[in-house]
Design a protein around this ligand. Structure first.
Ligand code: FES
Length: 130
């Protein structure tokens, strides 16, 4: 285990996110529901700063019984992080690529102790990032 202090929880409660650097790795901390998430701040597409992107509910297309498109609607229980460079979307909290769920952002376990946010840099939880 290689835990690093990266922020006070109050900083995230104020802004919802923070970009930090541990060694040579940029990490995006996101407050999501009651958890702090930590992703490497590198998009799988072309390396954009994914952690600086918008959070938006997933959008799904609606069709009538005859298969005709009738509109789009937000999916209330699926939040996406949208890369600011070209719009690739990642599903929170796991960071799966919305278009290819078998791939996901590199992420790190987070602990919060006494209001201090700690990231374990050795316990990379990525399934696939290549
Ligand atoms: S670099 Fe993220 S969508 Fe292209």
């Amino acid at each position: 285990m290689s835990e690093h202090y990266v922020a006070d929880l109050t900083e995230l409660q104020d802004s919802g996110r923070k970009i930090v650097r541990v060694g040579s790795t940029d990490i995006a901390l996101l407050l999501f529901e009651d958890d702090v998430l930590a992703f490497q701040n590198v998009c799988m597409h072309m390396g954009g700063p994914v952690g600086e992107g918008m959070l938006i509910n997933a959008i799904t297309a609606e069709f009538d019984a005859d298969g005709n498109y009738v509109g789009d609607r937000f999916v209330e229980d699926e939040m996406h992080l949208v890369c600011p460079w070209h719009g690739w979307e990642y599903v929170l909290p796991g960071g799966q690529c919305a278009a290819a769920p078998e791939r996901r952002l590199r992420s790190f376990p987070v602990s919060v102790r006494d209001g201090r946010v700690l990231v374990d840099m050795e316990a990379d939880t990525a399934i696939s990032n290549g």
